[in-house]
Design a protein around this ligand. Structure first.
Ligand SMILES: [Zn+2]
Ligand SMILES: [Zn+2]
Length: 69
């Protein structure tokens, strides 16, 4: 018996809504959304929508306070 591994992203559960860290909009089904872990602490998931990337809006990590585009 081989182990069945469901296809899913490591960082985000597929049934979870995504909210842009910068502007707070719900961006679950939008294109161009990037999801990554905080470059400083690595514990928080940062979500950035297409618009915030375009305008280089900064995000603030709620865990460590790291700011960055
Ligand atoms: Zn945004
Ligand atoms: Zn952080």
């Amino acid at each position: 018996m081989s182990e069945r591994r469901p296809l899913k992203m490591d960082l985000v559960k597929l049934d979870e809504e995504l909210y842009c860290t910068s502007c707070g909009r719900r961006v679950t089904y939008e294109r161009g959304v990037v999801v990554f872990s905080c470059p400083n602490c690595g514990e928080t998931i940062i979500v950035r929508c297409n618009m915030c990337r375009k305008h280089s809006n900064e995000y603030i990590c709620p865990n460590c306070g790291f700011r960055g585009p």
